[in-house]
Structures are given as C-alpha cells and as structure tokens.
Design a protein around this ligand. Sequence first.
Ligand SMILES: NC(=O)c1ccc[n+]([C@@H]2O[C@H](COP(=O)([O-])OP(=O)(O)OC[C@H]3O[C@@H](n4cnc5c(N)ncnc54)[C@H](O)[C@@H]3O)[C@@H](O)[C@H]2O)c1
Length: 257
Amino acid sequence: MGRAEGRVAIVTGGAGGIGSAIGTLLAREGAAVLLVDADGAALDAVAAGLRAELPDAKLATLVADCGEEASAARIVDCARSELGQIDTLVNCAGMRSYEPLADAKTETWQRILAVNLLSYAWLTQAAIDDLRASGRGSVVNVSSTHAVNPRAGMGQYDVTKAGIVSMTKTLAFEEAKHGIRVNSVCPGLTFTPFHRKRAEAAGRTQADIDSEAQGGCLMGRWADPMEIAYPVLWLASDEASYVTASVLMVDGGRFVL
Ligand SMILES: NC(=O)c1ccc[n+]([C@@H]2O[C@H](COP(=O)([O-])OP(=O)(O)OC[C@H]3O[C@@H](n4cnc5c(N)ncnc54)[C@H](O)[C@@H]3O)[C@@H](O)[C@H]2O)c1
C-alpha cells in the first residue's frame, strides 16, 4: 500500500526539477497524478520517464500557463475528467526575476505575482469543492527560505514567496472546518537542471557550484529535488493528519548559522 494510494493529486510546475520529483514520488506511492506545466516538451519528457518506470500509474499531463486565471478551471476539469475527484494540490510552478527593486518593471511585477502567487490562489479556489468533499484534502504550497530571509536582487520573487506563506496560513484557518490541511514547504538551495544550465552558461565548474552551497547551510551541500519531494509527500499523506498551517523549512539547517 503506497503512502498516497487512492489519492488524486495535481502538481503544477510538474516538468521542473522539484515538481517532477514530487509528481514522480506521488505516483510511486500510488497517487493518480496530473502534471501541469507551461513547458510542453519538458512535460512530455517527464511523463515518458514516469510511464517507463510505472506503466500502471494513472498519469495525466496538461500544458497550461498557470499565470492565466482561466487555466485554473481547465486544470481542475482535466484532473476530474482524467483521474477523478481531487484530494491533493501541490502548487509548485514558479518563475524567477532578477530586477533590483529600484529598477523593477511593472510588467515583471504583474507576471511574477500572477505565476508565483495568484496561480496558487486561483487553483486552490477552483479545486476547493473537491478538496472539501475529499475528507482528506491537502494543499502543499512550495515557497522558499527566501520568504523569510530576503536578499538583494530577487525582491520580486522573494515577495511572492512571502505571500505564499501568508496565504498558506490564512487558508489553513479558513478551511480547517472543511477538513482541508494547508501547509507550505520552503526549500533551500536545490540543484535542478535549471541551475546546471545557468551555471554552464556562466562558465562555472562543478567545483564552483558545490562551493556555493558550502557556507549556505549546516549540511554544506545542495539538496536533491527528491529531498524536497519527500516532505511534500509526507504533508500530503495521512501521516501528517495533525499538521496544518505549518511552514516547513527544508534547507539543510540554514537558519542556525
Ligand atoms: N531550486 C531551488 O533552489 C528552489 C529553492 C526554493 C524554492 N524553489 C521553488 O520550487 C519551485 C520549483 O522550482 P525548481 O527549482 O524546480 O525550478 P524549475 O525552473 O526547474 O521548475 C519550475 C517549473 O515551473 C514551470 N512554470 C514556470 N512558469 C509557469 C507557468 N506560468 N505556468 C505553468 N508552469 C510554469 C516551469 O516550466 C518549470 O517546469 C518553484 O516554485 C521555486 O520557486 C526552488
């Protein structure tokens, strides 16, 4: 019996480094999974890998821009028609921007707020009837350690991640009476294909990449995406049945430094 057996789960950003790990783990643990992403080619590649590993898995994919409000209803309709009533929502889609606040453009603000923050709100709202009816509804919102520890140069991103933490707590308040648990996971440095491409483009070596993480947390290394996926799985499962409104730092011990 898998830890997510019998559940229907949506994972946004499901083609990305962390989202694909979450989708893979939920599927391995018996959930029927809808992976949603704006990048169709990456989504096909992740789905092909999953189908090869788990030929009997109930798996669906949808190419959608989560930063468009209308996508939320499409995503929920797709999950219901392909897989059934939704029990688990993992909001993980995210984009980055690197504009110092003094130079931040309005269109960048609007886009990053829509993709990183409003998409979480829109999709939760669209799925709320199913989550309430589930009796074991769980929302896991992927935020970041930078929600509580901002830095120079990514202010727009960090604001959206702080908003996710706030939204998680309010929603947990409002939905507890409907049996929905709402939690947030804040990853620390997590090494994904995005980071590899970025490092290669900047001419950085593996030793440079490794050294970035050395002073950043007690563990002195980057997380593997599966090390974020396991806490998400736990929060989504009945093992965390008394856990709601929590903000779980998965950061290798960053905040004691
Ligand atoms: N990797 C890290 O170090 C780290 C640390 C803290 C938080 N996070 C958060 O984890 C989540 C996943 O990040 P990742 O590192 O796997 O990055 P990633 O870039 O590999 O994955 C993000 C995914 O979201 C998708 N996406 C972007 N905009 C979208 C949109 N408008 N609609 C639908 N899909 C869209 C991308 O196509 C991509 O597949 C993000 O929310 C990110 O902010 C990552």
